[in-house]
Ligand binder design. Sequence first.
Ligand SMILES: Nc1ncnc2c1ncn2[C@@H]1O[C@H](COP(=O)(O)OP(=O)(O)OP(=O)(O)O)[C@@H](O)[C@H]1O
Ligand SMILES: C[C@H](N)[C@@H](CCCCCC(=O)O)NC(=O)O
Ligand SMILES: [Mg+2]
Length: 237
Amino acid sequence: MELILVTGTGTDAGKTYVAAQIATQCRGNGHRVGVYKPVASGCAEETDQQGHTQRLATDATELWQAAGNPKDIDWVCPQRFLAPLAPDLAARQEGSSVNEATLVDGAKRWIGHCDCLIIEGAGGLMSPISDRWLNLDFFRNLETEMQQHVSARSIVLVSENRLGVIHDVLSTLLVAKQNELPVQTVVLSNTTPHGALARQSNLTQLQDWMAKQGHHQANVLELGYGGDLPGSAIHAL
Ligand SMILES: Nc1ncnc2c1ncn2[C@@H]1O[C@H](COP(=O)(O)OP(=O)(O)OP(=O)(O)O)[C@@H](O)[C@H]1O
Ligand SMILES: C[C@H](N)[C@@H](CCCCCC(=O)O)NC(=O)O
Ligand SMILES: [Mg+2]
């Protein structure tokens, strides 16, 4: 099974947009795709006519649909909390906590059920995901736990294409490298139709600075507003 980890420089960076595109394209290439959002916060609550209440994680729904509705939404996102806060805090507000074993087991559950598992973290690489773990700790744990079943692993770093992105991408790449989580692809996503002047120069500036900082293994590309990831970016994963 191939593992694709989609992380970000922060929240609202475009991770779900990018992960959904990867899912759609992998599916189009004939692969069985699994998608996993280990924990979601900022969920909505909905009660149906029978009085059954369920929690809706928009990220999970989007990913699930892009993957062609494999399994069910609990496979995609087993832990869902209401407050729009980091998951550990959102859980605490409900008198609960994020279950770390479930974070990992939820990913392992997909083994044998897909050729490609796409995992979107919550927030950025250094955002908390549970009481003890940042997203990067979770990813490292997965590596160890799933090693025998994973034939290839790629890490995609998504950042909103705005002023400030150079700092955010370079610092995240550095932390990723220090934690043996080398990023293959950096995506600068235009999350709005129009943006700062820096949008025009961010791609070339980052190419330059990533080379100067020794991040030779990573490619950077810009994703236009409403645009599609090029097929070549998917093949490179
Ligand atoms: N290239 C793009 N074109 C159009 N809209 C985009 C693009 N990238 C992101 N968006 C939009 O920007 C918003 C934020 O993106 P997204 O939800 O993917 O961020 P995220 O990093 O997954 O956030 P979270 O931390 O909540 O998981 C969404 O409304 C999304 O549809
Ligand atoms: C509420 C957000 N959308 C997101 C959590 C973002 C936490 C960011 C914390 C931080 O880095 O300060 N939740 C999620 O992806 O399910
Ligand atoms: Mg998301």
